[in-house]
Design a protein around this ligand. Structure first.
Ligand code: DAU
Length: 302
């Protein structure tokens, strides 16, 4: 246990009911910001049960522990569930996800997050537990595990390894710098209305292939390589099963009601992110050793 002034860091598993109940009993948390989840779509395709366990059961264990602490005395309490835009399924070439878009998840990961959103809402209706939910688009930034597209490509460019692009590379995501997501969470936690959902997005859609080319050109400059060097690493590979074509968020509700918008452009955010990975080689070397090698071989080499 690490103790810094009013912050206590306890390491545990949200599916460990005894542990979760004991800490809720001990600390009497009046609010919860729940971010803990299995989050990588490809891993959910190979191990769906792990996702059901952590994302659904884990969320229910937190909800039950929160409820047991307060015995339905809800004044000044809040359970904030941080979720994903993937619960809405996929968009075609037009349109945006709004807070009233129907849920239509396509992967075991998004189905597990959709289910956990439903449980949070159902506790709100059934037990009057005060909650708020946010559904965010793709994040990028420091400390992101290199299973996700951007850090995976940064690491592979550094190591001169192939950049695996699923399908034709025309799949589209709406990218948000992680610190802007953190600011949005802070704002929703303090100013959001109970029982509401807020969509969070970057107003920043990119087809994967264009994003990877931008990343390659920024990395060539930072690594002192000649223009076009990293582009040669691009390699089109077998598509992800059930791959959602396009995600794009209408974030006008959080913008209009709470005054939030992203603070950095994609080029600035990407540049800061690359710099972080270049300055934190030890971190990267540590996380890509061991288990990551097994995952990488299974996912990309077979
Ligand atoms: O939309 C929010 C979601 O964004 C979060 O809820 C998820 O936790 C997060 O993992 C992310 O999901 P994606 O599946 O969109 O992210 P990922 O970084 O895995 O992939 C981004 C896009 O790049 C997607 O279209 C798949 C593609 N891709 C990904 C990888 C890892 C590739 O083409 N090659 C790859 O090797």
């Amino acid at each position: 246990m690490l103790k810094r002034r009013r912050i206590i860091i306890l390491k545990g598993d949200i599916t460990d009911e005894v542990f979760i109940e004991s800490i809720f009993e001990k600390y009497q948390f009046d609010s919860v910001i729940h971010l803990a989840a299995e989050s990588h779509v490809d891993r959910s395709i190979t191990s769906p049960l792990v996702f059901a366990k952590t994302n659904i059961l884990g969320t229910m264990i937190l909800l039950n522990a929160f409820r047991a602490s307060w015995k339905d005395d809800w004044s000044d309490k809040l359970f904030y569930h941080v979720s994903t835009d993937e619960v809405y399924g996929t968009l075609g070439e037009e349109g945006l996800f709004t807070e009233s878009t129907s849920y239509n998840p396509n992967s075991p990961y998004s189905a597990s997050k959709a289910s956990s959103d439903h449980f949070v809402r159902s506790y709100g209706e059934t037990y009057r537990l005060p909650y708020v939910i946010s559904n965010c688009s793709n994040n990028y930034g420091a400390n992101q595990f290199p299973e996700k597209l951007i850090p995976l490509c940064i690491n592979n460019i550094i190591e001169n390894k192939k950049l695996p692009v699923y399908g034709d590379g025309k799949y589209t995501r709406d990218w948000l710098y992680v610190e802007d997501h953190a600011d949005a969470i802070d704002l929703i936690f303090h100013k959001g209305k109970p029982k509401e959902t807020y969509n969070i997005g970057g107003f920043n859609e990119w087809q994967n292939i264009d994003l990877i080319q931008l990343l390659c050109s920024q990395m060539d400059i930072k690594l002192g390589r000649s223009k076009g060097t990293s582009n040669q690493l691009i390699s089109f590979v077998k598509n992800r099963p059930g791959h959602d074509l396009r995600y794009a968020i209408d974030a006008s509700k959080i913008k209009n009601e709470l005054g939030w918008e992203p603070s950095v452009t994609f080029e600035q955010g990407l540049s800061k992110t690359i710099d972080w990975y270049l300055e934190n080689e030890i971190w990267m070397n540590h996380v890509v050793s061991g288990d990551y090698q097994t995952y990488y071989k299974k996912q990309y080499i077979k």
